[in-house]
Ligand binder design. Structure first.
Ligand SMILES: [Zn+2]
Length: 376
C-alpha cells in the first residue's frame, strides 16, 4: 500500500507552567545544537577533520547528566533531534559544495552555509518529540515530562503519527504533527470541473459554486490595516510602539492560520466534486507588479491552493495563463477584448448573453481542461 505524509499545525493553549516547559525544551534543543556547532566550527577553523555527529551525540549524552543537568528536565528528544538536524545541515552543506564543483547551482543561486549558531534573538525556536513519545486524544496531546497539553483543534488526519514539532511564533505556541496516511482512493465522480481562483471571491467553479473569502479572515484583514495605522502614529522605540508591533505580529500569525483553514476547506470540497480539476496557472510573480491584484491573490494563497489540489485530486490540469478565460464568452466563443478587471458582469457583444465574470471564466477553464485531457 502506498502512503503519503501530511502535517497539521495546531495552535496550543498552554498553561503558564507548560509554556515554561516549552521554552526550556526549545532552549535545550538550541543548547545542544550550539554545543555541537561550536565543536564543528572549531575543528573547521583549525583545518581539522570534522568530528562525526554520532560521536558528538555520544559524548553529549555521556556528560549531560553532570555538566548540563537541566537537560533532564525536558524530553530527551529535544537535544537528540538537534543532532539529527545538524547531520542534515552538514549533508546539505557538502552536497551544495559538490554540486557547485559540477557547475550546478541552487535555483535561488544562494550558497548553503556551514551550520551556524542559533540565537535566542530569533524567537524561542522549536523542539521535536518522536512518535513513540507522543500521543494525541481529541483536543489533547501528551508530551514526556509535560503531561497533557490542550490543542485549539483536534488532529485533522487519522493515521500513524510520525513526529511532532512544537514551536513558537509571535508569542503563540504551535504543534506541527506529521502523520502517515494511506494514499487516498479517488471516490469523486469521473468528470472535469474548471475553477477560477478569484480576486473578489476565493474561487468560483464551473458548477457555479462560489467560495467566499471567509468573513473572519476579512475582519482580521481590516483589523490588520487598523493596527498598521495605529503603529505608524506611535513613536518608534516607545513602549506603545513595541506593544503595537507585538500586536501586529500576532495578527499576522492569526491571519496565516485563517487562510490555511479556508484553503483546506476549499480544496477538500473541490476534490470531492470531480476527478479532474482544471486551473489557470496564473503568473503570480508577474502579477505581483500589479500591487492591488497581487494583494488579493496573495490573500487567496494561490500557490497553496494549487499545491493542496495537487495532492487531493487525482488530476490537476493546468491551463495556459495566456488562454483568455475571462474574455471569452462561454456560450458563443466571442472574445471581448474590451473587458477590464472592473467588469464583474458583462453582456456578450456576439450573442447578447449576460455573463458573470468568474462563473464564465470557470466554465471556459473547464472546457479547455476537457479539451486537454481529451474528455467528453
Ligand atoms: Zn457570446
Amino acid at each position: 500500500m502506498n502512503t503519503i505524509q501530511r502535517a497539521h499545525k495546531i495552535r496550543l493553549n498552554p498553561t503558564p507552567e507548560q509554556e515554561q516547559y516549552f521554552r526550556q525544551a526549545a532552549g535545550n534543543a538550541r543548547f545542544a545544537w550550539n554545543w555541537a556547532v561550536a565543536l564543528m566550527r572549531a575543528a573547521s577553523a583549525q583545518q581539522m577533520t570534522l568530528p562525526l555527529v554520532g560521536d558528538l551525540k555520544a559524548e553529549f549524552n555521556r556528560i549531560k547528566r553532570e555538566q548540563f543537568p537541566f537537560m533532564l528536565d525536558t524530553t530527551k528528544c529535544a537535544p537528540e533531534q538537534a543532532f539529527a538536524d545538524l547531520r542534515q545541515a552538514l549533508a546539505n552543506y557538502f552536497n551544495d559544495i559538490r554540486k557547485r564543483k559540477n557547475g550546478k547551482r541552487r535555483k535561488d543561486g544562494k550558497r548553503v552555509g556551514f551550520p551556524r549558531f542559533n540565537s535566542r534573538k530569533r524567537g524561542y525556536g522549536s523542539f521535536y518529540v518522536f512518535n513513540d513519545k507522543f500521543t494525541v486524544q481529541g483536543h489533547w496531546m501528551k508530551v514526556p515530562k509535560l503531561g497533557w497539553g490542550n490543542m485549539t483543534e483536534p488532529l485533522r488526519f487519522q493515521g500513524k503519527i510520525m513526529s511532532a514539532r512544537i514551536s513558537e511564533r509571535a508569542g503563540y505556541w504551535f504543534v506541527s504533527i506529521q502523520v502517515q496516511l494511506p494514499e487516498p482512493e479517488q471516490t469523486a465522480p469521473e468528470r472535469v470541473i474548471g475553477v477560477d481562483l478569484g480576486v473578489k471571491a476565493l474561487a468560483v467553479d464551473s458548477d457555479g459554486e462560489v467560495f467566499e473569502n471567509q468573513k473572519h479572515l476579512a475582519a482580521a484583514l481590516r483589523k490588520l490595516r487598523r493596527v498598521n495605522r495605529w503603529l505608524a502614529r506611535k513613536q518608534k522605540g516607545s513602549k506603545n510602539w513595541y506593544k503595537a508591533k507585538r500586536k501586529l505580529a500576532r495578527l499576522h500569525v492569526r491571519i496565516a492560520n485563517l487562510r490555511a483553514d479556508a484553503t483546506h476547506k476549499l480544496t477538500t470540497r473541490l476534490a470531492a466534486k470531480a476527478s479532474t480539476i482544471a486551473l489557470e496557472t496564473l503568473n503570480v510573480t508577474g502579477m505581483l507588479k500589479n500591487r492591488k491584484l497581487a494583494r488579493a491573490i496573495a490573500d487567496a494563497s494561490f500557490s497553496e491552493i494549487v499545491r493542496q489540489l495537487g495532492y487531493k485530486a487525482v488530476q490537476v490540469v493546468r491551463i495556459d495563463p495566456f488562454y483568455p478565460s475571462s474574455k471569452t464568452c462561454n456560450e458563443c466563443g466571442h472574445i471581448n477584448y474590451a473587458l477590464t478587471l472592473a467588469d464583474r458582469v458583462w453582456t456578450c457583444p456576439g450573442c447578447g448573453t449576460m455573463l458573470d465574470r468568474d462563473g464564465n471564466a470557470a466554465r471556459n477553464i473547464r472546457d479547455e481542461g476537457r479539451r486537454l485531457v481529451g474528455a467528453a
